[in-house]
Design a protein around this ligand. Structure first.
Ligand SMILES: NC(=O)c1cc2c(=O)c3cc(F)ccc3oc2nc1N
Length: 327
């Protein structure tokens, strides 16, 4: 195969692998078999090895991870990544609603979403291409983990529109991957991870992307931090817009007209938790209107327009054989 043919073949393979990856990892609805996907990926890597000058930044082959880094660069967040205030019972939620209604001067509606128990990350896209991924860090300064995040199959290298946007979300390890990883660790008499959150953080904050690539990490995006030349009037519309761009959002999010509907949503999820394929540690409740959010603003460390209802920790009893039972 000559260079021209290689260039054409690579471009076809990249587009196909990106499309198949989107259906498989973002929509959870594969349109080709794993075997066909892997065969195509292998073909792409083989041609890239033969013509390294043809490798592009957004090639799907970055999914398998490049060379390890000597250390992580620091990243300054233009918009601070703050943390959420907590609510532990119904009264806390009603107090939150009262504070919000007083602050806005009229009743508001809410957007509720599952609080994924993972690692908060920021993703930056320029003209639709993924260019920077960072941890929250201390909220102002995080770590550049772009190479590791490129191995997360549900993070698209290219969006469906060529926009400049920064989004935030929670990277996590599905429960099944966590069990499998800990089994492998025990077999290799290595220290297992305590929980999926530590496993996700440990996988993304180590220097070799080839390790992250094998950890089957996933992500749900939950907010638009900044976007050029576009106004998104509500959080619900921001979630829909991210999904339209090809970003993975959590389908359990729900618009609630008032705090009573919020409480109903929260109660509904308390005992449905064990049936999810990923861990959640609560529910995040956000004022839906962006204008009302602006009016409420922030305290030094948290938004006044959002709160996290925390579930009691899932009691896990480890039996003598080391089998974990969720009670
Ligand atoms: N873990 C989560 O699933 C989750 C976390 C946050 C935040 O931490 C968060 C922090 C802010 F300052 C503002 C909004 C937020 O929205 C959030 N939404 C979520 N769904």
């Amino acid at each position: 195969m000559n260079r021209i043919e290689a260039e054409k073949k690579l471009s076809q393979l990249r587009d196909k692998l990106e499309e198949y990856g989107y259906h498989y990892y973002v929509l959870d609805n594969p349109i080709v078999s794993d075997a066909d996907y892997d065969k195509m990926m292998q073909e792409l890597v083989t041609i890239e090895n033969e013509f390294p000058e043809l490798i592009t930044e957004d090639s799907p082959s970055v999914r398998v991870g490049g060379a390890p880094l000597p250390h992580f660069e620091k990243v300054e967040h233009e918009i601070p990544m703050l943390s959420l205030g907590n609510a532990f019972n119904e009264q806390d939620l009603r107090d939150f609603d009262r504070r919000v209604t007083e602050g806005v001067g009229e009743p508001v509606s809410y957007a509720c979403e599952l609080k994924i128990d993972g690692l908060a990350v920021s993703l930056k896209y320029e003209k639709g291409r993924f260019i920077l991924g960072a941890t929250r860090g201390d909220g102002t300064t995080g770590e550049n983990i772009t190479n590791n995040l490129k191995t997360v199959r549900s993070i698209p290298m290219r969006l469906k529109e060529e926009v400049d946007i920064e989004v935030r979300g929670e990277a996590f390890m599905p429960k099944q991957s966590f069990e499998k990883l800990n089994e492998a660790k025990r077999e290799a008499s290595e220290e297992p991870f305590a929980n999926p959150r530590n496993a996700a953080a440990g996988s993304l904050r180590q220097l070799d992307p080839k390790i992250a690539a094998k950890r089957n990490l996933d992500i749900f995006l939950y907010s638009v931090a900044q976007i050029k030349e576009k106004v998104l009037p509500s959080h619900t519309e921001a979630l829909a817009y991210m999904s339209k761009l090809g970003l993975k959002t959590n389908k359990e999010a729900k618009h609630c007209n008032n705090i009573d509907e919020v409480i109903e949503y929260v109660e509904g999820w308390l005992d449905r938790r064990p049936h999810l394929s990923y861990e959640i540690d609560g529910i995040v409740i956000k004022v839906d209107s962006l204008e009302a959010q602006k009016k409420l603003g922030f305290t030094a460390k948290s938004p006044r327009w959002a709160i996290a209802f925390k579930f009691p920790a899932e009691e896990v009893v480890t039996t003598l054989e080391g089998i974990e039972l969720s009670v």
